[in-house]
Structures are given as C-alpha cells and as structure tokens.
Ligand binder design. Structure first.
Ligand code: DAH
Length: 334
C-alpha cells in the first residue's frame, strides 16, 4: 500500500507537469482527486487494514491528497490568469480595421460633373426642391396646356406649388437677379411620377447655363464636347441630334457612342450604337422676356443631364433602383 501511494504520487506529479490548459487540469482533478479516484478508494479502505498499519498509511494518503490539492489549486490559478492576459493583450492578433465610408456613386458623379464645369469657369448654384409652378413651367415657356404638366408626371402640392420636375427653374431664378455674363452649374434632386428599371420618383440632374454677348451654338458644341471627353474619355465620339425643348431654340440632344458595344449596336443602346446623355439648346428668347434680358444683346445656351443615367453608363449598371436600396454589397464596389 505504501509503495502504491508513492507510485501514485510520482505518476500524478508527472502528469500535472505536462498540463497546459484548464481542460486537462480538470481531467487531472477527476482522475487523482475525484470521488472515484484511486486515492479516494485507498482512503476508504484504510479501515480494513490491520490496526497497526492504519496510522502510517492514513498519514501518507492524507499528505498526498494535500499536496495534489495544493499543486492543483496553484496551477489552476496560473492557467486562469494566463487565459485572461491572453484575452486582453494578445499582441499577435491582427488588428480590426475601422469601417471607413466613402461617397455614394451618385455623389461622386455629381462632384465630377461640377468639377469639370467649375474648371471652365461655371459657378455652382442650387435652388429649392419645392418649387413654384411659375419657375418650373411658366417662365420656361411651358404653358398651362403643355403635356409635361400632366398629373402623371408631376407631384403637385397645391395648384401653384410642386416638387420640381427638373433643375431648369434654377436658370430662371438666377437670371432674374443677375445680369450677364452668367455661367452656372446647378446640381440637385428632381421628382417625377415614374418608377421602373430606368426611372425612380426622385433622381438627380445637373443643369448648366451660360449667357453673355455673342454666345453661339459653336460654344455649346465646344463646351459639351469637352465635357464628354473629360467624363467618358477623350476618344468618345459625340453627336448633336436635333430635338425640342420649350425653353431652347434650336435644341439638341447629345449622344455618345455606346460605352458598352463601342458603337456596334447592343441591347443597352437599342442597337443604334448611340446613347443619349443630355438635353441642350440655345436659350429661347421667350425665356429672356420673363427675366428682362434683351435678346438682341445677349445669347446663351443651356443643358441638363440625368446623373443616374450618367452613373449607369459609366459604371455599367442596369437597374437604377440599385442606387437607392442601401445594399452594402452594391455600394462597397465604388
Ligand atoms: N430640363 C430638361 C429635362 O428635364 C433637360 C434640359 C434640356 C435642360 C435642355 C436644359 C436644356 O437646360 O437646355 O429633361
């Protein structure tokens, strides 16, 4: 019995020295100090020994038990402390990068457009989103019976108050209070009753206006061509196609060579090889009447473009609604 206690001590201490985590330590406790451990059964059997052997064996067994308990407690404390330290200052763990935001693609395009025109001397101006009928339609030579006023298209608040359907009213607001030369670029939100893969009830436009003495259609072509080259690359083909707007005469829509198929014809350009990107024209003398400019003295051009459309073409996005779903997987790509 004495021998067995000695052996048990050696065995237990050896296995204790190898323990490096709390799980193994618990196994150790069960094996050497638990209710079903050999040491416990030795202690239980002491009563059955011849009386003269009992004190010595009892003492040895107790001593072993005390030693193992003490060693166990010490190691437990050490391992627990080590575990905590590890949690707080494991300098080998890689750091967690802080989340960093960036501009929404629409904001990026607005900034790019404004920067291109700012560098050409245009001043950035904004206007109200809740607009008077007068500025949104009347003073832009869109009379009461014009189809653009259709209830389908415009969000009316009252008979005379509406959500602006384009950024063109800013032209009128500026000309009303400033004399030429005027060169402005006006970004902002606009609203129409429309919603599908290429329309949202709210979208963004940028409006431009330049009025001075001797401004010609050649200036319009030159400046808008330069814009296209800066925005889409200097090899992008541009064409000016006759069109109609109530507030410009003559009017032209600007097309660029399809960015997807490079003019060969594809689904995006409806197999025409061209994509419309903006409306433009020489300011109609009728508009000057509303703001008190002398059409004999001044001339100018204006243009307007949809930002979502530019962004879709530039980034190859097929569904306009993606801009407004706040999906991180989509937004992170920009
Ligand atoms: N306001 C027009 C629209 O919303 C765009 C536009 C066309 C603006 C021609 C202009 C212009 O200033 O000259 O579709």
């Amino acid at each position: 019995m004495k021998e067995r206690i000695k052996e048990l001590e050696k065995e237990a201490i050896e296995s204790l020295r190898k323990i490096t985590d709390l799980k193994d330590l618990e196994e150790f406790r069960i094996k050497y100090l638990g209710k079903k451990s050999e040491l416990t059964s030795i202690m239980k059997s002491i009563g059955k020994l011849p009386p003269q052997e009992r004190p010595e064996i009892g003492k040895l067994a107790n001593q072993l038990r005390e030693r193992l308990k003490r060693e166990y407690e010490e190691l437990k404390e050490r391992l627990e402390k080590k575990g905590k330290e590890k949690r707080f200052i494991d300098i080998t763990l890689p750091g967690r990068a802080p989340l960093r935001g960036h501009f929404h693609p629409i904001t990026t395009i607005i900034n790019e457009v404004c920067e291109i025109f700012s560098k050409m001397g245009f001043r950035i101006v904004t206007g109200p989103e809740i607009e008077l009928d007068y500025y949104n339609f009347e003073a832009l030579n869109i009379p009461k019976d014009h189809p653009a006023r259709d209830m389908q298209d415009t969000f009316y608040i009252t008979e005379n108050l509406l959500l602006r359907t384009h950024t063109s009213p800013i032209q009128v607001r500026v000309m009303e209070v400033e004399r030429p030369p005027v060169a402005i670029i006006c970004p902002g939100k606009v609203y129409r009753r429309d919603s599908d893969v290429s329309h949202t009830p709210m979208f963004h436009q940028v409006e431009g206006l330049l009025v001075d003495k001797d401004v010609s259609f050649g200036d319009l072509k030159g400046i808008l061509t330069l814009f296209v080259h800066k925005m889409f690359g200097k090899d992008t083909k541009v064409r000016f196609r006759p069109s109609f707007f109530p507030f410009t005469e003559p009017s032209a829509e600007v097309d660029i060579e399809c960015v997807i198929c490079k003019g060969k014809g594809c689904r995006t350009c409806s197999f025409t090889g061209w994509l419309e990107i903006l409306g433009s024209g020489m300011v109609d003398p009728e508009v000057y009447k509303f703001v008190g400019y002398d059409p004999e003295l001044y001339s100018g051009f204006a243009f307007g473009m949809g930002i979502e459309r530019i962004a879709m073409l530039k980034y190859g996005i097929e569904d306009i609604q993606l801009f407004y779903r706040n999906e991180m997987r989509f937004l992170r790509q920009f």
